[in-house]
Design a protein around this ligand. Structure first.
Ligand SMILES: [Zn+2]
Ligand SMILES: [Zn+2]
Length: 447
């Protein structure tokens, strides 16, 4: 009998080891010998085979176990589900498989009261975060709970997934969460210092990219936590100098993504990506002037210039923007069909913020014909059959010229992009302001 018992424990141990290392043959052999082992757990943490397989990304074994009707929501000692462990370790195929098998995304562990969404955000696994969010869109959770409530779900100390992503320096997760409706102004209960916003936690973590994302989504630099500290103070305290420079309430305000505008919320993925990139570039240009004279100048400005040049060379057949005469037209206004560059589109939208006194949102109109903007799309490159072979095509000649112009002045281009924005917000004497009636209000954004 003693022998039987030890044989059994060794089988059990063998099973867990085989699951951990993805040894499919052994797993199948052991389970064939004793199918009841499928329900065993490890002694200390009470991990099931499914927990171990999910945490180690053993997708075939996860599939075998789920097909063998193992409950996808088994709990270990800390009430963690296999889905939480897969999200923690970034095992995307296991996350997808568990969700397919009906794993509950709305379970809370007993360590910190966190969900699988918290795990994905904390550990910075963007693919897992996306998978869980799209599952939430299509599941009972969004019916019973509401999707935005799920995105802003709090752990035991009142931290949302956005708080954790900001604290752990996960800018991509911060972006995805904001894009899915995470509240930029949410405050924690006991996590970090009570009353911290995601911006406080990003200041503490010292991630410039997280701070950029949060500011571009309208995070308030003047929000005080329960001890009365603004994010600037937090960054100074933790000696994150560059972060502090951006968070300093007296430095220029960044452009904020104009999310309340209807046609902005309805952008397709491509147009949105273009405009988001333009926003980040514009804000990085602003940062340069904030950080100039400090010791925190970005190591090299080249990375943002590279992106601009790429878009020029790819779209060399398109026309130059008639507002700034600097960038190529990448955005088309519909219904009228007028075109401008992403930077000018963004400037147009960002400087028509809702008036705080009347709370009335005046949607910008097309700067060329003043018609309403129904939607913004990526301007299609007009290709005339095989223009590449036809060297005498006037279109090709023109585009070559503009391309050379752009290439020869890439450093100038960066500067002029800033100065265009500066003019709009500044004294209004620039080319853009003079030619376009849409900048007709005096703007005092620096106050
Ligand atoms: Zn332009
Ligand atoms: Zn128009």
């Amino acid at each position: 009998m003693g022998q039987g018992l030890s044989c059994r424990t060794s089988d059990e141990h063998g099973l867990f080891t085989a699951v951990q290392f993805g040894d499919l043959d052994t797993v199948e052999a052991v389970l064939e010998r004793d199918p009841s082992l499928i329900h065993r757990t490890t002694v200390f943490d009470r991990h099931s085979a499914l927990h171990i397989a999910a945490a180690n990304g053993r997708i075939e074994i996860v599939s075998i176990l789920l097909d063998g009707s193992v409950n996808p929501d088994l709990l270990n000692r800390h009430k963690q589900t296999p889905l939480m462990l897969a999200a923690m370790h970034g095992k995307i195929s296991c996350v997808q498989k568990l969700i397919q098998a009906g794993a509950n995304i709305l379970m809370f562990d007993s360590l910190n009261g966190r969900t699988c969404l918290h795990y994905a955000a904390y550990y910075g696994h963007t693919d897992c975060l996306q998978a869980i969010l799209s599952a939430a869109h299509n599941s009972q959770v969004s019916i019973s709970w509401g999707f935005s409530r799920f995105v802003n779900i709090r752990d035991g100390k009142g931290a949302t997934p956005l708080h954790l992503a900001a604290r752990q320096r996960r800018p991509e997760c911060v972006h995805i969460l904001l894009d899915n409706g995470a509240l930029v102004c949410a405050t924690t209960g006991g996590y970090g210092f009570p009353g911290s916003t995601p911006l406080h936690l990003a200041a503490r973590g010292g991630s410039l990219d997280c701070i950029r994302e949060l500011l571009a989504w309208g995070s308030d630099r003047l929000h005080r936590d329960a001890s009365g500290r603004i994010p600037y103070t937090v960054a100074l305290k933790h000696k994150h100098g560059a972060c502090a420079a951006l968070l300093n309430p007296s430095s220029a305000e960044p452009l904020v993504w104009p999310s309340p505008l209807k046609f902005i919320s309805e952008l397709n993925q491509d147009a949105k990506a273009l405009l988001e990139q333009a926003l980040m570039e514009a804000n990085k240009e602003r940062e340069k002037s904030i950080l100039k004279g400090t010791t925190y100048m970005p190591p090299s400005p080249s990375h943002s210039d590279v992106g601009v040049d790429d878009s020029i060379s790819e779209a060399s057949d398109t026309e130059l923007c008639c507002i700034c005469f600097d960038q190529v037209c990448t955005i088309e206004v519909q219904e009228c069909g007028h075109r401008m560059c992403a930077q000018c589109t963004l400037a147009l939208c960002c400087y028509n913020k809702p008036n705080p006194t009347t709370a009335c949102l005046t949607a910008p109109v097309c700067p060329f014909c003043r018609s309403c903007i129904a939607r913004l799309v990526v301007a299609e490159v007009k290709t005339d059959q095989n223009t590449e072979c036809d060297l005498n095509s006037p279109k090709l000649k023109r585009s070559r010229r503009s391309r050379n112009f752009s290439e020869g002045s890439s450093s100038f281009k960066g500067l002029s992009a800033v100065s265009s924005f500066g003019k709009i917000g500044g004294r209004g004497s620039g080319r853009i302001a003079a030619e376009n009636a849409w900048v007709d209000k005096p703007l005092s954004l620096d106050t």
